[in-house]
Write a protein that binds this ligand. Structure first.
Ligand code: NG1
Ligand code: MG
Length: 512
């Protein structure tokens, strides 16, 4: 259709603003019996809990990141695609009932929780609960409205909510962004904001900020693709401001997701993992800038991300591509730094002062201090710069029509393999299960295989030729899943190991 017509070249184009996003009724959701059944179950649970029907359903999908790991928070573009699995939030306003009642279809696992209506209430990060994601989105929705239409911010109103998520949690497929984006859309709708007034990128940006309330100092990739994803294409997502370009994958490219079954709950492990990496990148950036001639005061003021250092690298080395930046890092940064050493380099500034006002970072810092952790800043920075380059290379290969698809697939696979190596060896965000799964995948015919998402568990994504998919699924099923889980059923297996296609981003739906 015209909607999907590329605006630029045939191989990359701006996402269509008219792809069903904020629509009243999307027939696809009633067209498949499974999907219809699911919405009926949600409606039934809603009726049971609240004695009525929802005003609207909001849905937002998870995503698989094809390449570009742990660089979004450093300001660099990434290349994910939205997946079919999503989170649905059914909502209705309950005026006179002054609370947020947040229930889940899977009530055994996710018990109903209630919150007050104050949009400025804190999120209890120390007692992590599933409904914290909803509360974060609720707060974020008001923040978005306060900045986008300060003169007409609606009054809070009681809400009744049923959530149902299909994205496996703790698996690197961004169940978190799926629930935050769908919750935010649901809240905005319930507050009376007309869907036509909502801008996908603005909601994505607000959802990214909101998700930080759960205590993870995350970048913006997941919310961006969950909001803006488009069926059939991957997306090069860039930041500041958040924006996306659709990238057509070469013919015959199939992506298979495999769940290592090692669970990595990011919100709970953040101080030792995710948030620690964010801190490391910031420190690497500041120290690198100082090596390039900035004094401590200038560096602290001007430099927040490794990307911010690029102009200073370009000044000294004549370029700031990935290889040049990585080379500058290797020349200028030591392998390891202790906290005292960094504080001395910063002219005696306490790191707790540097990260004041950033609770996620402060907690990471406190744990690092207690563990006498030494920051391997050189490796971290080399990962970020080379990974950022691989994203650009990946997109360029997709757009290089002069090469036959078969050759483009080989190149993409090798970029994915390099990405995994860098994540494992330099960024330290893999684990034994992921490494094993990646090795098995390559042995089973994947052109490339890598961890996806934050890592330390969760899923891998493998690039597999169309004609090899079936055999590939069988080999991984036998060698990884059946070898670990005796008597695993084919239903269970199909939730852990599946081929996936790029799907549409978030939408509001009204089912009659
Ligand atoms: P996952 O693992 O899907 O939560 C996280 C971050 C991303 C990005 C990746 C690593 C959140 C919400 N998402 O993804 O922003 O930094 O790790 O590339 O924290
Ligand atoms: Mg997440």
């Amino acid at each position: 259709t015209d909607d999907m017509k590329p605006e630029g070249t045939a191989l990359s184009f701006k996402p269509s603003p008219t792809v069903p996003l904020f629509t009243d009724l999307v027939e696809v959701y009633t067209s498949s019996p499974d999907v219809e059944e699911r919405y009926k179950q949600i409606a039934t649970a809603f009726e049971l809990a609240y004695g009525g029907t929802p005003d609207v359903y909001a849905r937002a999908p998870g995503r698989v990141n094809l390449i570009g790991e742990h660089i979004d928070y450093e300001g660099y573009g990434v290349l994910p695609m939205a997946i079919r699995q999503d989170t649905v939030v059914a909502v209705r306003t309950a005026p006179g009932n002054d609370k947020l009642v947040v229930g889940n279809l899977d009530a055994a696992k996710y018990p109903t929780l209630e919150f007050g209506l104050d949009p400025t209430q804190p999120v209890d990060v120390a007692n992590h609960s599933w409904a914290n994601y909803f509360l974060s989105a609720y707060k974020g929705a008001f923040e978005l409205l306060r900045s986008s239409r300060p003169d007409s911010v609606p009054e809070p109103v009681g809400l009744q909510v049923i959530v149902h998520g299909q994205v496996p949690t703790g698996s690197g497929l961004s169940s978190s962004a799926a629930i935050v984006c769908s919750s935010m859309l649901a809240v905005l709708y319930a507050l009376g904001v007309p869907p036509s007034e909502l801008d996908k990128a603005a909601v994505a940006e607000a959802a990214c900020k909101a998700e930080r309330y759960v205590g993870v100092t995350s970048g913006g990739m997941d919310q961006a693709i969950s909001m803006m994803g488009q069926q059939g294409v991957a997306m090069h997502v860039e930041f500041n401001p958040v924006r996306g370009v659709c990238v057509v994958l070469p013919e015959g490219a199939n992506f298979v997701i495999a769940n290592s079954m090692a669970v990595s709950n990011k919100a709970e492990t953040a101080p030792k993992r995710y948030n620690l990496r964010v801190v490391e990148c910031r420190l690497a950036a500041v120290l690198l800038a100082m090596k390039l001639g900035l004094n401590a005061e200038e560096a602290l003021e001007k430099i927040r991300t490794l990307r911010d250092v690029e102009p200073f690298i370009a000044e000294k080395y004549g370029a700031a591509d990935g290889a040049t930046c990585a080379n500058a890092v290797s020349e200028l940064l030591a392998e390891q730094y202790g906290i005292a050493e960094i504080e001395e380099a910063l002219g005696g500034l306490k790191l707790s002062g540097l990260f004041a006002g950033e609770p996620g970072s402060l907690r990471a810092l406190a744990v690092a201090e207690a563990d006498k952790y030494s920051f391997p800043l050189r490796k971290r920075a080399v990962h970020v710069y080379t990974e950022a380059q691989r994203v650009l290379d990946f997109r360029a290969v997709c757009e290089d029509a002069s090469l036959p698809s078969s050759e483009r697939l080989l190149k993409l696979g090798s970029l994915m393999n390099d990405s995994h190596g860098s994540c494992a060896d330099l960024y330290g965000c893999s684990c034994d299960e992921l490494d094993e799964l990646v090795a098995i995948a390559r042995g089973a015919g994947a052109l490339g295989s890598r961890l996806t998402g934050a890592g330390w568990g969760g899923c891998t994504v493998s690039l597999v030729r169309e004609e090899d998919v079936e055999g590939f699924l069988e080999a991984l099923g036998d060698k990884y899943f059946k070898a670990r889980t005796d008597g695993i059923t084919s239903d269970q297996l199909s939730e852990l190991l599946f081929a996936t296609r790029p799907s549409n981003g978030a939408a509001l739906l009204k089912l009659e």
